[in-house]
Design a protein around this ligand. Sequence first.
Ligand SMILES: [Fe+2]
Length: 397
Amino acid sequence: MTVFDYCNPVNLMFGPGQFSRLGECVRPGEGRALLVTGRSAARRLGYLDHAVAMLRDQGVDAVVYDQVPQNPTDEVVDAGGTIARDEGCDLVVGLGGGSAMDAAKGIAVAATHAFPVREFLVADEGGNKRMPTDKTLPIICVTTTAGTASELTPFAVITTKSAKQKSAISSPLIYARVGICDPQLTYNVPPEVTATTGVDVLCHAIEGYISTAAGPLTDLAAEEAIRLVGAYLPTAVADGGNQEARYHMSLGNLLAGMPLSNCGANLMHGLEHPVSAHYPDVAHGAGLAALLIAYAETCWEAAPKKFARVSALLGGPEDGSQAAAVLEELLDKVSLNIKLSATRGFSKRLPMTRLATWAARLRRPLAVRTAAVSWTSSGRATRARASRPAPGSPRRP
Ligand SMILES: [Fe+2]
C-alpha cells in the first residue's frame, strides 16, 4: 500500500476547439493582459490575432510581447516584466510552446517583484533563492505543442544568461489559473519540433514513473503517456495533419505533466539543462534524445520492473534490459537517434564528463534522484536508493 499526495489546481481545458474559449478565462476587473509568445509562429498561423480578438471581446486590452526565443533567458523575462508593469497588466497569457509559457510564468513573477528574475533562479552564497509571493500576476497558458506540459506544471524553466545556467522557478504560485491544450494548435508544428517535443513528453513520463516520489495515480498517467507516445509519435512526425495522432500526443503531453508536476524530473533533465543552457540552439527534446539511451542503460537495473513496463508499453518485450533497445527503435522512427555531437549547435563531440562538470557547477546540488542513481554536486553518479521526498517539498522540473 502506497501513501501519496497529489495536487494540481489548474483548470484545464482540453480538446479540439478549446482555444476558442480563451475569453472565458478572464475575470471581471481584468482590463489588460500581457500576451507572451514567440517571434513568429503564433502570428504567422493566426493564433495571436485570434487570441487578441477573443480577449478584446471580453473587454481586455492585450499588450503583445513576442520576443521569446527557444530556451528563454532571464533578460527576456525581465524585459517582459518591465512591459507588464509599465503597461499596468492584470494578468499574463502565455501562447506557444514551453518557452513562451515558461517565459509568461517568469514575467508574472518579474512584473510584481522588485528583483531581477535571476534571483528567483540562481541561489545566493547561502544556497537560497527568492520565492514568488502572492503578488504574482495570474497566468493563463495556451500550449501550441505537445511537449512541456507547462500549462499544467508549477515550473518555469529559464536560462540565466550570465551564469549559463538553466534552472527553474518552482512554486505553486505559478500554476496557470487556466491551461488550454487544444490539439488543433499542434497541426502545423513541423516534424522536427513534433519529434523533439514528443521525446520531452516521453522523458517526463519515464522520469516521473521511476521517481521515488511516484505513486499509483502518477504511475497510471505515466504508463498511458508512454504508450501514447509509442503509438502516435511516429505518425504525428510523419503526417502532421493526422488528427488522431495529434490528439493522442496532446493527451500524452497532459498525462506526462501529471507525474512531472508531482514527482519532478530527474537525471535526464538534470543533465540536459546544462546542455541547452550552454548551447541555446539545442532544442530541449533533442538534448534529451541524445541522453535517453544512456539513461535507460544506466538506470534499468535499479528499477527493472518499471523499465520492463516501459519496454512493453512501447511494444517491446516485458524485459527491463530491453528498454534501451526499444527506446532506440522509437528514436530511429522519429529521426532522433542522435548523439550530443549531432545536435544542432554542437561542433564537436561532447563527453559526459563535461556534462558532469557543468552540472556540478550549479550552486545547489542537482538532487536528481531516481530509484537508480543519485547525481551529486561533485558530479559523481552513484547507485543509491534515494529517500522519498517529504510531502509538499518542491520538485525539480
Ligand atoms: Fe522537459
